[in-house]
Design a protein around this ligand. Structure first.
Ligand SMILES: C[S@@+](CC[C@H](N)C(=O)[O-])C[C@H]1O[C@@H](n2cnc3c(N)ncnc32)[C@H](O)[C@@H]1O
Length: 257
């Protein structure tokens, strides 16, 4: 009886120990599933750019930005994601966004970018949604999701001072002609359709549009969006794609050497 009690106690102690290890590990890997074999490395925002380095007060005043809250926003970035994008926008003269939706992130990018910056952004609308071209292996779910999010014809930035910086494209990103943007962009945000074939197509265009040392950022890098998760995991075997801790942002600092 005593032996059985001792064994049970040891079992409980071991169980508690492993649970506490598992929870600590979960916190350490914030933003990642407990078991994952993605080669996309998890990094701090300060690993992308020293401007994000914290001092004893937290993030420095150099990272001050103008943001709009995420509560009640539709299919948009959360505040940390928006803050990271907008800090980078402060020093970007040409920005491109795949996926405008309500235009909340477009507006914030424009609001924080320099006065003479240009922000291109593309979206489907209820009228152009018929041009969506699902890949043969793209699950229906992602086509439906893309079309649900294609319901804006006016945007948050419409009739604001920022509108003059923004070039809105209404159409399908697979047929978007990126030639005018080749090697022009300091920052690209890929947040259109999350179907694999679109993430691939938008990324391949972005690789041509980005400047040396520019940033390509993907939204929804999460196993919940397999098109983004799988594509970036493949891309990370060729390019140093990273995942910013505590966000769903994948990021690549593009260098053409
Ligand atoms: C997740 S929302 C974008 C959210 C926005 N970036 C933000 O942060 O607020 C997805 C957007 O991608 C657009 N989209 C989806 N499929 C597209 C396609 N094939 N071509 C162009 N835009 C597409 C949708 O119309 C919608 O505007």
């Amino acid at each position: 009886m005593l032996l059985l009690t001792i064994i049970l106690l040891i079992f409980i102690i071991l169980l508690l120990f492993s649970l506490s290890f598992a929870f600590r590990e979960r916190r350490r890997r914030k933003g990642r599933p407990f078991f994952d074999n993605s080669p996309v490395e998890l990094i701090e925002a300060s690993d992308i750019d020293p401007i994000f380095a914290s001092n004893e007060f937290g993030p420095s005043i150099n990272t001050e930005t103008l943001l709009i809250g995420d509560a009640g926003s539709f299919a948009s970035t959360n505040l940390t994601e928006a803050w990271i994008l907008c800090v980078l926008a402060k020093s970007a003269s040409t920005i491109f966004e795949f996926g405008t939706c309500s235009g909340r992130t477009t507006y914030m990018l424009a609001r924080n970018a320099p006065e003479d910056a240009t922000i291109g952004t593309i979206t489907l609308t209820p009228e152009t949604a018929k041009n969506y071209q699902a890949g043969s292996d793209d699950p229906d779910l992602w086509s439906k999701q893309a079309l649900i999010e294609s319901n804006y014809t006016k945007f948050l930035y419409s009739d604001t001072n920022e509108e003059k910086k923004i070039r809105q494209f209404l159409g399908d990103s697979k047929t978007f002609d990126e030639h005018e943007w080749i090697n022009q962009c300091d920052l690209i945000f890929i947040d259109g359709s999350h179907a694999y074939s679109y993430v691939k197509s938008d990324t391949e265009k972005s690789m041509r549009m980005i400047k040396n040392n520019g940033f390509i950022i993907w939204h929804d890098f999460s196993p919940a969006c397999p098109g983004v998760w799988n594509y970036l995991s493949e891309l990370a075997t060729q390019y140093p794609v990273k995942h910013i801790k505590g966000t769903r942002l994948g990021i690549l600092k593009f260098t053409n050497n």
